[in-house]
Design a protein around this ligand. Structure first.
Ligand code: PEP
Ligand code: MG
Length: 527
């Protein structure tokens, strides 16, 4: 058995056989070309295909690690459009009469070395992105197949890892890299994905094929561990999994649920596989978007019932249709709005289209027999709106009674996603059973920054002290009235915020399904 100290990049324990990834063995031999224009066309082709691949990877990454982290793949696409980089490669092909692979290799090496030597950590991380993009183009030129995905039971070792490779090995037990700044996009990504990651070992190749244990809490790597160590870590792994399955309680005895935000039954299944304590936000607008007409009461009832059965008694919070602004449904009418983000959206749309809301609430009440379903309403700013909702609920109950259809009590909640709602939370808390703080819109409306406008992205700051104070105030006011509070905006999934949010006293967090385990581990670590 060999025991080696390593640097922890992303915490956890991994046990498996070591596999040397060694990227694709790129063919970058130099050869003279016959026709410059044919070669430039070959290069342009590879560039277009690389861009298409990155577009797909971006979409995949948005789903698995969220929009912010996925942006790295947009940066990579921009590199492919960078005139200076592209022209340098074309110049090499033209002036030196060399093949595209070799020209890409030379230019990328030159640019990435220049960046690597920079004192600016941001620029030196860009060197990896350049290599990622250039390897992708070379692989395409080599007509190689895409990478293998299934690394279950394996710990994958890399000389240097790129963000797209992290996605490719996300099903492995863990990864080891020779070096890592800990701040590179690849490192942040492995942390966000909950992928065990250590670094700081030279000559990794010799370990290929051996059994290893990575203890990425203590920073130790065991090669060919003896029986006792293997037994210890196998049991530790099981107890860690067991703990993740449970609802967490802090040292003060308070329990914190980590639930999931989902758009569909399929996503709810992923949430379940990740030991989610329930569904904290079912964005039902996606049911409407995935249809070419308004979904019927029965269609909705079937979906809600299936999710409730799947979650078997755990809370499932169904948010009523939150359309308008950026969330448009192509068969609904949104005409006559100059400023849709401040227009007929969320509850306001429902108040104008009462029948749509009534159908949805009826479907939810019918499904209430199958579990702990809760109803939540978006974009609430006043007590009057809650009054409107309560009237509709009474109407629904009357209809169900007259049709002899049974139902259970359904808890009522609202999204707190405008500054006015946060400021009025002491009053609103008297009216409902729970709040869910939507930090995505709360940030947009508090800072007056369009959440979808890239031009003002730098002003979109959910960590703004003003936002944090609104969250704190909301939690305090809610608890005074025995009203539960959850946070379901993207802020809830930020591991750097977990401790602070726990301290503020929130009762649950609701995050992307793949983030549930990571956040649970993080809460436990901060206890
Ligand atoms: C929010 O606004 O934070 C939220 C969770 O809702 P959505 O992102 O669907 O607007
Ligand atoms: Mg919102």
């Amino acid at each position: 058995m060999e025991k080696i100290d390593v640097k922890v990049v992303s915490e956890g324990v991994a046990i498996g056989k070591i596999r040397y990834y060694n990227d694709v063995k790129l063919n970058i031999n130099r050869f003279e070309i016959e026709d410059v224009s044919t070669e430039i066309a070959r290069f342009n082709n590879a560039r277009i295909r690389a861009k298409e691949e990155l577009k797909e990877i971006y979409k995949e990454a948005v789903n698995s690690v969220g929009k912010e982290m996925a942006e790295i793949f947009e940066v990579c696409q921009l590199i492919l459009l960078d005139e200076e980089y592209v022209n340098k490669i074309k110049d090499k092909i033209t002036t030196e009469n060399v093949n595209s692979e070799y020209a890409i290799y030379l230019v990328s090496k030159e640019v990435s070395e220049r960046l690597k030597n920079s004192d600016d950590i941001y620029l030196s991380d860009r060197a990896t992105d350049i290599n990622d993009v250039s390897n992708r183009m070379i692989r395409i030129l080599n007509e190689r197949e895409n990478y293998v995905d299934d690394h279950r039971g394996e710990i994958v070792i890399f000389d240097e890892v790129t963000p797209s490779e992290i996605l490719r090995v996300s099903k492995s037990e863990g990864i080891i890299t020779k070096v890592s700044s800990g701040m590179s996009h690849a490192s942040i990504m492995s942390r966000n994905m909950g992928l065990v990651h250590v670094s700081g070992i030279s000559s990794l190749e010799k370990f290929a094929g051996k059994t290893a244990i990575v203890d990425a809490y203590k920073g130790v790597l065991y090669i060919e561990p003896d029986e006792a160590i293997l037994k210890y870590y196998s049991e530790l792994g099981e107890s860690e999994q067991e703990m993740i399955k449970d609802i967490l309680s802090t040292s003060s005895g308070k329990t914190i649920k980590v639930m999931a935000n989902v758009n569909s039954y399929e996503e709810a299944k992923i949430a379940k596989e990740n030991y989610s304590d329930g569904i904290g936000l079912f964005r039902t607008e996606f049911i409407y978007m995935n249809s070419d007409k308004l979904p019927t009461e029965d269609e909705q009832y079937n979906i809600y019932r299936d999710v409730l059965e799947l979650f078997d008694g755990k809370p499932v919070i169904i948010r009523t249709l939150d359309t308008g602004a950026d969330k448009r449904i192509n068969y609904l009418d949104y005409s006559g709005e100059n400023n849709p983000a401040l227009g007929l959206r969320g509850i306001r749309y429902s108040m104008n289209n009462k029948d749509i809301l009534l159908t949805q609430i009826k479907a939810v009440y019918r499904a209430s027999l199958y579990g702990d379903v809760r109803l939540m309403f978006p974009m609430i700013t006043s007590v009057e709106e809650i009054g409107f909702i309560k009237n509709i609920i009474s109407e629904v109950k009357k209809e169900l009674d007259s049709e002899n259809i049974e139902y259970n009590a359904v808890k009522l909640g609202i999204m707190i996603e405008t500054p006015a709602a946060a400021m009025l939370s002491d009053v609103l808390a008297k009216e409902v059973d729970f709040f869910s703080i939507g930090t995505n819109d709360l940030t947009q409306y508090s800072l007056a920054v369009d959440r979808d406008n890239a031009l003002v992205a730098e002003f979109y700051n959910p960590y703004h002290e003003g936002i944090l104070r609104l969250i704190k105030l909301t939690i305090k006011n809610a608890h005074n009235e025995n009203c539960e509070v959850s946070i379901c905006g993207e802020l809830a999934a930020d591991i750097n915020m977990t401790e602070r949010l726990c301290e503020m006293g929130m009762d649950s967090l609701s995050v992307a399904p793949v983030m549930v385990q990571k956040i649970k581990k993080n809460i436990r670590k901060n206890e």
